[in-house]
Design a binder for this molecule. Sequence first.
Ligand code: NAD
Length: 289
Amino acid sequence: MKNSPSVAENQNLPTPTGSNPWASARRAKEAIMPAFANQVVFITGAGSGIGRQLALALAAEGAAILAVDLKPEPLEALGKYLGDARYAWAIADVTDITGLRSVVKDLERKMGPVDILIANAGIGRDTSALNFHAEDVEAQIKVNLIGVANSIDAVLPGMLARNRGHIVAMSSLASYRGLPKMSGYCAAKAGVNGLLEGMRIELRPKGIHVSIVCPGWIRTPLTANIKVPQPYMMDVEYATQRIVEAIRAKKEFFAFPGPARRRMRLLRWLPSRLSDWLVVRVVRRMSAS
Ligand code: NAD
């Protein structure tokens, strides 16, 4: 594990400024000890894209990483990038509850109980109404929604027993309303929001935080074949940093970037005809660019 610098080693602590002594104390403490030091973070879908980048960012802040994905190679490669960070991985399909429970037990035996779950594994399939196959909807509901429920199931009993923990689920701005060709994905992500919002209320008094993260477009293998104009597409490094800050602040609902969030919120509340008309315009502009 990367050692956090001791107080004696760290001679350059920032001088506390501002009027809030608690915030100053927290900043000083973070300068001594990385924010995620000794936290055990379990990430599903850690072999690629956002999951992989989150593993790198959180390990750099002192977290121990437990990673699962469908194939071994990306997880082995991630281990090489993580260097001397505490890291354990296993193959697991988030749609298989029995397998996932047993994998999490094994990983926890090696590395300690999970403090933070990041239910990140996800897929995207075209579900155009003009070439509609219910199987594509089912696949997305299974991975993107049931997979989140299964991941929570695998860690929640332990968190409840310890009266602490943090559950983070990767939703999407696509959860705000149905979008053409993406209705299966939108349905799954809207389901994630409903699931987590309900659980959040019950888990708060038990000392367990719940965070729903709704990013806009991010450049990853998931979006490699989707035509999105440059200004709407975020780099995975930038997006991950925003997500790490939201996890650190234990935000209950974090949707970004701001302009896209505001547009999606407006589309959700406008009358349906007007909202649909605006969606068609945006989609046309995207495919013309
Ligand atoms: P990605 O394809 O790069 O990574 C997804 C990972 O999940 C892959 O490694 C894949 O193997 C894994 N995975 C898929 N099915 C799995 C299963 N059944 N069991 C275990 N692992 C499985 O995609 P990404 O862009 O990094 O997406 C990560 C999450 O962020 C997803 O939930 C996605 O819906 C969400 N998201 C992505 C974007 C974007 O623009 N990229 C935007 C909003 C939300």
